[in-house]
Design a protein around this ligand. Structure first.
Ligand code: SAM
Length: 290
């Protein structure tokens, strides 16, 4: 599997080379975030060649496209460059953990994705969202920080999965749409987000999926604000896969969940824990209204 076991902040050609580039100099001001946009399926890039690998999750086989940061952003091979590129071109372990957890939840009758309105935040390859298509969701909306990731990877990867004869993915009537932008602004273009107040009491998404999105402490508040604007009240649920702790960047499940706990709106339940020795402990959590 191409998912990397460690979480590096910068490429080894930058900063300290230890994934701790921010220790070398004062944190630079981030550039302004890319404006929130909807990216149409027809805008999929034709200039990037998508090589695909198979990813087997239990009994499901999905395809995972391979695109380099050099091809898309002209950047050296980087895990992420804060404020410029947020890691969507790489397949992170959490997205596989999340697909496995969704399969387990479906099989045990705790979750039905059929007919649901689903939002995948920080999608990248979008395997959890593709899984929701496979399970007959009514709509799946995909968000990534970078519109380029949606054009060069997410949409081609979804198309590759849909056209692969050996894959069992068939979207049928599922409506798929794609949205680029920063979490503090992207609600402006998300069709089911509440733009008036905080908690979404009129509509919203039944299920929000996200994998490896809580590494940066500075972005967690806007991510949580977006979740509250988007999550259908009172029955919506968030499935979140992440590491217990992201070395070098400070985020992690405990720290994110303590912010949620203090806010008092959502309750959290541990769905699965992965301790396969390949990295630090990874977890999948379910969040729902109290
Ligand atoms: C580490 S990648 C994970 C990608 C994918 N979910 C996976 O597990 O393979 C983090 C994702 O969160 C999104 N993201 C990170 N910070 C963001 C921010 N401040 N606003 C919007 N999206 C952000 C990025 O676009 C990226 O897709």
């Amino acid at each position: 599997m191409a998912a990397n076991p460690t979480f590096q902040l910068f490429s080894s050609s930058q900063g300290s080379g230890l994934g701790l580039g921010f220790l070398d100099s004062p944190e630079p001001a981030l550039p302004p975030p890319p404006p929130p946009v909807e990216v149409l399926s027809s805008e999929a890039s034709s200039s990037v060649d998508l090589a695909v690998d198979k990813v087997t999750v239990g009994e499901i086989t999905l395809l995972k496209g391979r695109v380099s940061t050099k091809e898309v952003f002209g950047l050296p091979n980087s895990d992420l460059v804060p404020g410029v590129y947020e890691g969507g071109l790489k397949l992170w372990e959490g997205s596989i953990d999340l697909v496995k957890a969704l399969e387990k939840e479906s099989q045990s009758g705790n979750l039905s994705l059929s007919g649901k309105r689903v939002l995948e935040l920080g999608c990248g390859h979008a395997l959890p969202g593709i899984y929701a298509c496979l399970k007959g969701s009514d709509s799946v909306h995909f968000q990534d920080f970078n519109a380029e990731v949606l054009r060069c990877l997410t949409i081609p990867n979804l198309n590759a999965n849909l056209s692969d004869k050996s894959s069992s993915v068939s979207v049928g009537e599922t409506e798929v749409r794609f949205f680029g932008g920063e979490w503090s602004e992207v609600h402006q273009v998300l069709p089911l987000a509440n733009n008036d107040g905080e908690t979404n009491q009129k509509g919203g998404y039944d299920i929000i999926l996200m994998a490896e999105t809580i590494y940066s402490i500075s972005a967690q508040k806007s991510l949580y604000g977006l979740i509250k604007r988007c999550l259908a009240y009172p029955d919506g649920a968030v499935y979140m896969a992440a590491k217990k702790y992201y070395f070098g960047v400070g985020g992690g499940t405990r720290q994110f969940l303590s912010m949620i706990e203090k806010d008092g709106v959502l309750a959290s339940t541990l769905v699965s824990e992965v301790t396969d020795g390949s990295s630090n402990v990874r977890e999948v959590w379910k969040l729902s209204y109290k």
